[in-house]
Design a protein around this ligand. Structure first.
Ligand code: SF4
Length: 198
């Protein structure tokens, strides 16, 4: 019997990540919804929904690894669609802050629902698989953030409330000081509104 040809696992992992990225892109082009959102417009709505504070254009550009003119064009379209509201920033009269309208909030709820094909694909994963994937993904994203290769996200691994592996329970070894509760790898957050930067 011949051996399986050896390929480094990290190369195979990159192939898998690329495939998942393709699936997500295809899904977001199909899931334009009633307002025919582009993927960037959808990203802006999701970002504004994840943090109730009014946000500036420049913050969105950094968070989405884009440029202010590109974000400005997308925001103009979202404003014309009645999904985003622009207001003068109370702390700086020259700046504009952005919030979702009620219709924008409804659109954010629609976007938060997992597309059917991903629900089906994830149903094949057990709790341990999910926990292992979240743990690996969190470590990779943290490293990419440290190298400034991706925008900073508000994840457990970079949160001042995070106490890793402080409990003896192997199912729930971590502690969140914000909610004062133990949790496991399957509950690691990659985006959390209560994140506290160090
Ligand atoms: S506040 Fe959020 S990001 Fe911070 S440790 Fe708790 S769950 Fe994680």
């Amino acid at each position: 019997m011949k051996d399986v040809p050896g390929t480094p696992p990290h190369e195979q992992l990159m192939v898998g990540i690329t495939r998942l990225g393709q699936a997500l892109r295809i899904s977001s082009y199909r899931n334009t919804g009633p307002h025919r959102l582009s993927p960037l417009q959808a990203d802006i709505i999701v970002l504004l929904a994840g943090d109730p504070r009014p946000r500036r254009l420049s913050e969105l550009a950094v968070s989405l690894a884009s440029t202010p003119p590109t974000i400005s064009d997308a925001v103009k379209t979202l404003t014309a669609k009645g999904l985003v509201e622009r207001r003068r920033d109370v702390s700086d009269a020259r700046a504009v802050s952005l919030t979702l309208t009620q219709a924008g909030g409804a659109e954010a709820e629609r976007l938060a629902r997992l597309p059917a094909e991903f629900t089906e694909a994830m149903s094949a994963l057990g709790q341990e698989d999910l926990a292992a994937m979240l743990r690996g993904m969190s470590s990779m994203i943290r490293s990419l953030q440290d190298q400034r290769a991706v925008p900073v996200t508000r994840m457990c691994l970079t949160c001042s409330h995070f106490r890793p592996r402080v409990h003896p329970d192997s199912d729930k070894p971590h502690h969140c000081a914000f909610v004062d509760n133990a949790f496991g790898d399957a509950e690691l957050r990659l985006e959390c509104p209560d994140h506290l930067a160090p």
